[in-house]
Ligand binder design. Structure first.
Ligand SMILES: *[C@@H]1O[C@H](CO)[C@@H](O)[C@H](O)[C@H]1NC(C)=O
Ligand SMILES: *[C@@H]1O[C@H](CO)[C@@H](O)[C@H](O)[C@H]1NC(C)=O
Ligand SMILES: *[C@@H]1O[C@H](CO)[C@@H](O)[C@H](O)[C@H]1NC(C)=O
Ligand SMILES: *[C@@H]1O[C@H](CO)[C@@H](O)[C@H](O)[C@H]1NC(C)=O
Ligand SMILES: *[C@@H]1O[C@H](CO)[C@@H](O)[C@H](O)[C@H]1NC(C)=O
Ligand SMILES: *[C@@H]1O[C@H](CO)[C@@H](O)[C@H](O)[C@H]1NC(C)=O
Length: 472
């Protein structure tokens, strides 16, 4: 009886310590290789992951229930390790640190000075919390968001330092290092999306305390799964949201596409729904296609390189990272005897960093650009007779649709060897097509003629036959 009681006690004790270690990294429990920790409610998992075709490993956090690994947070975003078996995530010198491979060099750390961290707990809301001996909070992953805004997290604006926390996109679908697009809160209580930390291309509009919506996001009114709230006092402001029903999974991502996307997995069904995204049109994302890339909502993919250009990195381009843009197939040379020409791109939105050269005619504008080696492109504004020139790489080119007449023509400088010999090849193409059509028409006519002759022959033969029948 006593030994049975002891056995039960021991089992319970074992179970307890086992369960409590499953969501915690501590002095006795480190992460390496295929080991993972899981949050207490079973929502999130954390461990090493490897993007599909990449050879890199990262410490990340993902949903336990979803069939497709969906990463919500990455520790060592821009410092991957190459071998998960020899790498180690552990509590060391009062911090949570990731040690790399053979020489055990730290590649990532929570970076607290004079910290006395005791353990790190993965909570069921997806927050990784570093605690000291007494259990008080030292550091939390919610304060260091990656590209994902989980329910319960806050993206804060600090009124004293006038700085905001940021969501930052991945560089590419397989590269979690910080990309060019970010979401942050500003002084006016509006969230805005920036390109390269400075160029704003979308804003939520300020928070409206009456309607409890952001002014430029009226869709928020249609919501029935989220509980929104906005907080502001003398030192900080932030927006946060929660989900009424915990069974529904949802997250907001600063996507590699430069859009913010709220996606949900409702009713425990594993189908992902794109709930909402902004800006609505892909081509409204600033410089989505990088330098010299053209964004067109009609093309697939949205980004194309102009004639005479190719993707700067075909590998990134194939992985949907267009940010490096396009480069000339032939380097521009600008010396005596080398011919440069201009490729007209019609009905485009003009790139916005430009120099106004002066008020002059179209042809003078063109020859001025041709005569200045630093002139990459020009356009002539007919209404004001102004000559516009671009002396740096051009960004944010958008192709308008055919029925939209507000576009301009941009003339891009190209080496003559890259110019499409448009007029002649066009003519010869037409000639070939014309010839082909003529040829096939001729063939059809010949066949028809043959058929007619055959029919006539047959009829005559038949008539003769009938006659002979009659005579018989
Ligand atoms: C830690 O201390 C170093 C130098 O003493 C300082 O540069 C750094 O900003 C400190 N870091 C934090 C998180 O306080
Ligand atoms: C982004 O901005 C930095 C300076 O803040 C600049 O050095 C870098 O070239 C910019 N990137 C692009 C793609 O323009
Ligand atoms: C909505 O969120 C606020 C603040 O986070 C909270 O006080 C409130 O109880 C929540 N409402 C519901 C219905 O969950
Ligand atoms: C503002 O709220 C935060 C908690 O969200 C608190 O830490 C801070 O002390 C508050 N500031 C003021 C001036 O009340
Ligand atoms: C959320 O989950 C609950 C329970 O699974 C379900 O009844 C509800 O329809 C789901 N969807 C929304 C939008 O709340
Ligand atoms: C070329 O254009 C740039 C920018 O407008 C200007 O600074 C430079 O002086 C020009 N060079 C010549 C040779 O005109």
């Amino acid at each position: 009886m006593a030994s049975f009681f002891l056995f039960v006690l021991f089992s319970l004790f074992f179970l307890c310590t086992h369960v409590s270690s499953a969501d915690t990294i501590s002095a006795d429990f480190t992460l390496s290789g295929d080991q993972t920790i899981s949050s207490s409610g079973g929502t999130f998992k954390m461990g090493f992951f490897q993007p599909a075709t990449s050879s890199n490993f990262y410490i990340g956090m993902w949903y336990q229930q979803l069939p497709q690994q969906t990463i919500v947070w990455v520790a060592n975003r821009d410092k991957p390790v190459s071998d998960k078996k020899t790498s180690l995530l552990k509590i060391s010198n009062g911090n949570l640190v990731l040690l790399d491979g053979n020489n055990q060099t730290p590649v990532w750390s929570t970076g607290l000075n004079s910290s006395s961290a005791h353990d790190a707990v993965l909570q069921d809301d997806g927050n990784l919390v570093l605690r000291d001996d007494s259990g008080s909070l030292l550091w939390q992953s919610f304060d260091h968001p990656g590209d994902t805004w989980l329910p319960g997290a806050k993206i804060r604006y600090d009124k004293r330092t006038k700085k905001s926390q940021r969501l930052t996109s991945w560089t590419g679908v397989e590269d979690p290092s910080p990309g060019l697009f970010s979401l942050e809160l500003d002084e006016s209580t509006a969230y805005k999306i920036l390109w390269n930390g400075s160029t704003q291309y979308w804003s939520s509009g300020p928070w409206n305390p009456q309607s409890k919506l952001f002014d430029s996001v009226p869709e928020m009114r249609l919501n029935y799964i989220f509980n929104y709230s906005f907080f502001s006092n003398a030192t900080e402001s932030y927006f946060t949201y929660s989900i009424y029903n915990k069974a529904n999974i949802s997250r907001l991502v600063m996507d590699v596409s430069g859009q913010i996307r709220q996606s949900s997995w409702l009713n425990n069904n594993n189908q992902r729904n794109l709930f909402w995204s902004q800006p609505r049109q892909q081509c409204l994302v600033y410089s989505y296609c990088g330098s010299f890339g053209i964004c067109s909502s009609k093309s697939q993919p949205f980004c194309q390189c102009p004639r005479g250009f190719r993707p700067k990195s075909q590998k990134d381009w194939d992985l949907k990272d267009y940010s490096a843009g396009c480069v000339r197939k032939t380097e521009l040379q600008c010396s005596r005897g080398v011919v440069n020409q201009f490729l007209p791109l019609t009905n485009v939105k003009l790139p916005d960093i430009l120099e106004v050269w002066g008020i002059t005619s179209f042809s003078i504008c063109g020859s001025a650009c041709l005569g200045n080696c630093s002139c990459m492109a020009y356009a002539h504004d007919e209404s004001s007779n102004r000559c516009l020139m671009w002396t740096k790489d051009v960004f944010n080119l958008q192709q308008f649709e055919e029925d939209y007449s507000e576009g301009n023509t941009l003339y891009l400088r190209l080496s003559a060897s890259d110019m499409p010999s448009s007029s002649t090849s066009g003519k010869s193409n037409k000639a070939v097509i014309f010839g082909a059509v003529l040829g096939s028409l001729g063939a059809i006519a010949l066949v028809l003629l043959a058929v007619i002759i055959m029919l006539r022959y047959c009829r005559r033969k038949r008539m003769r036959g009938e006659k002979s029948d009659g005579t018989l």
